[in-house]
Write a protein of this length. Structure first.
Length: 146
């Protein structure tokens, strides 16, 4: 069952409402996410037509890879979302930063990406689907080819 969520950046210039694909949290350990957020990026997936923003003029986009961009608040720097830009079935899907959500009740950690890049200094106790860098890159290598 889809779950409605809302959230905002730290300064409140950007707010959003969305409907989650699933109430499941993903963790990304890649070096880009760690640099972008200062740690692991925890995110929830939202289809493009299930996402609305207020204060969009305050969102700065950064094309971080050949297949995705990252959105953050120009004012406070809050990491808002990672969005797939490459053609294919994943195109347009938002991965909303969990730290921007108003309420995380009922959300569970289900997946970890770039598990082979996770620093030794922390671990999650949940049992999750774990994908290596090679597995994630293989998944995105097929985007744009139909």
């Amino acid at each position: 069952m889809a779950q409605d969520i809302s959230g905002k950046c730290m300064c409140g210039a950007v707010t959003y409402r969305a409907q989650l694909i699933e109430p499941e949290l993903g963790a990304c350990h890649c070096s880009m996410c760690r640099r972008w957020t200062g740690g692991v990026f925890l995110a929830l997936s939202v289809l493009p037509d299930a996402m609305t923003f207020e204060g969009e003029a305050h969102i700065q986009l950064f094309q971080s890879s050949p297949w995705a961009e990252r959105g953050f608040c120009k004012n406070c720097g809050s990491s808002l979302f990672y969005r797939v830009t490459a053609a294919g079935k994943e195109q347009g899907i938002y991965h909303i930063g969990a730290g921007t959500m108003n309420d995380l009740d009922g959300i569970t950690l289900s997946q970890q990406l770039f598990i082979d890049q996770k620093p030794d200094g922390y671990s999650f106790c949940e049992t999750t689907a774990d994908l290596t860098q090679e597995q994630v890159e293989a998944m995105f290598a097929n985007l744009g080819t139909a």
